[in-house]
Design a protein around this ligand. Structure first.
Ligand code: NAD
Length: 368
């Protein structure tokens, strides 16, 4: 069928010893960037995404169109659709899965808790069940989150620090994913690598994240809320630029070992890893706002309030020495540089380019 032909074409590597990667959440922020980077270096990529409306689905459709221009096909389907996933693995002998599909966001968990259970727990288990039964079994790299450190006050966070105090249901489901991965590694010999991303930002980013909706609010002259902890400390995040995260994802895929399989075929323990991928330099949210004010050449209307118990944690800070040691991960983009690239994308995507050239502090060649 035409569908099968597209699936095969998209996932066939164009370089010798290239990977064939199933990218779940490919129409998402991180998934779209990783898919493009893999394709550009000659790996085969097939995307899967359910295009849900947690945030503006037209942004997901536009990312899909961008991928299509690079011959990357994104299947419209859900992680929980077992027959669909089996069919994909029947058609393509995936060597790797980059599993990024999830219900993201900490506050929405108070609105729709079930969607976190469905995608982050049931959906992850379904994917692992299919991967375990596949021949060959793929190596799996999946997105965990810095949120697993929860209320931990150690600074910076290292992988061995405690992760038993989640502050949101989102964090609890990401932590559950790590435990579930352990069991599939232990019983079925699946090669599994969890990546704890720290607040990822950049072009094609997520509209539900602070840097994104702050930009929108500042441009519209609307007030923005800035949270302080109960003891008046500023909330800080280890904001990590998307290109650095992409390098970490590709580096961990490149150093993934093969799954060793279950039952009588077991050749020894399969690989099980977890890494922080952050920027190693937390920035207070107030500073984020002042960088945006400079880039947009507009004052924000700031509204400082005490932090409610809504799932947010006071600060995040990554120690990335393990990822550096194992695959040379080294973040290279500071927040001002990264936000400049985000703002440049934002104004061009939302068609406010002309105003920016005149009023904003962007160089003409940068906003071209
Ligand atoms: P995103 O929401 O842009 O991407 C996730 C994609 O998965 C979306 O396009 C969504 O439609 C899709 N999806 C969700 N549930 C699905 C399901 N059941 N079946 C199929 N597709 C489904 O989010 P993102 O920022 O790109 O995040 C990617 C991954 O990284 C997620 O696992 C997220 O939890 C994790 N993460 C992100 C950040 C960050 O700051 N962006 C930080 C830590 C962890």
């Amino acid at each position: 069928a035409a569908w099968e032909k597209q699936v095969r074409h998209s996932s066939t590597p164009r370089r010798a010893n290239g990977m064939s990667v199933l990218v779940t959440g490919a129409a998402g922020f991180v998934g779209s960037h990783c898919s493009l980077a893999l394709k550009k270096r000659g790996d085969g990529v097939l995307g899967l995404d359910n295009f849900n409306d947690y945030y503006d689905p037209s942004l997901k459709k536009d990312r899909q169109a961008l991928l299509a221009r690079h011959q990357i096909f994104v299947v419209d389907g859900d992680l929980n659709d077992g027959p669909l996933l089996s069919k994909l693995f029947d058609v393509v002998p995936f060597t790797h899965v980059l599993h990024l599909a999830a219900q993201a966001g900490v506050r929405y968990a108070m609105v729709n808790p079930q969607s976190y259970i469905r995608s982050n727990i049931a959906g992850f288990v379904n994917l692992l069940e299919i991967a375990k039964a596949a021949n060959p079994q793929p190596a799996i790299v999946w997105a965990s989150s810095s949120s697993v450190y929860g209320l931990n006050t150690e600074n910076p966070f290292s992988e061995h620090h405690r992760t038993d105090q989640p502050a949101s249901l989102y964090a609890a489901t990401k932590k559950a994913g790590e435990e579930i991965a352990h069991t599939y590694n232990h019983i079925y010999g699946l090669s599994l690598t969890g990546l704890r991303f720290f607040t990822v930002y950049g072009p094609w980013g997520r509209p539900d994240m602070a840097y994104f909706f702050f930009t929108k609010a500042i441009l519209q002259g609307k007030p923005i809320d800035i949270y302080q902890t109960q003891d008046d400390k500023e909330v800080a995040r280890d904001f990590t630029y998307i290109d650095d995260i992409v390098k970490g994802c590709l580096g961990s895929l490149d150093t993934s070992e093969k799954s060793t399989g279950s039952g009588g075929k077991k050749k020894g323990p399969a690989q099980l890893r977890v890494y922080n991928l952050g920027n190693t330099s937390p920035v207070p949210v107030g500073k984020l706002v002042s960088i945006l004010e400079t880039l947009l050449n507009t004052k924000a209307k700031k509204h400082v309030i005490k932090m409610p118990r809504n799932g947010d944690v006071p600060y995040t800070h990554a120690n990335v020495s393990q990822a550096y040691k194992d695959f040379g991960y080294k973040p290279t983009t500071d927040l001002s540089t990264g936000l400049r690239k985000f703002v440049k994308w934002y104004v061009s995507y939302y068609g406010i380019q002309p105003r920016v050239k005149r009023e904003f502090n962007l160089n003409p060649e940068e906003s071209a």
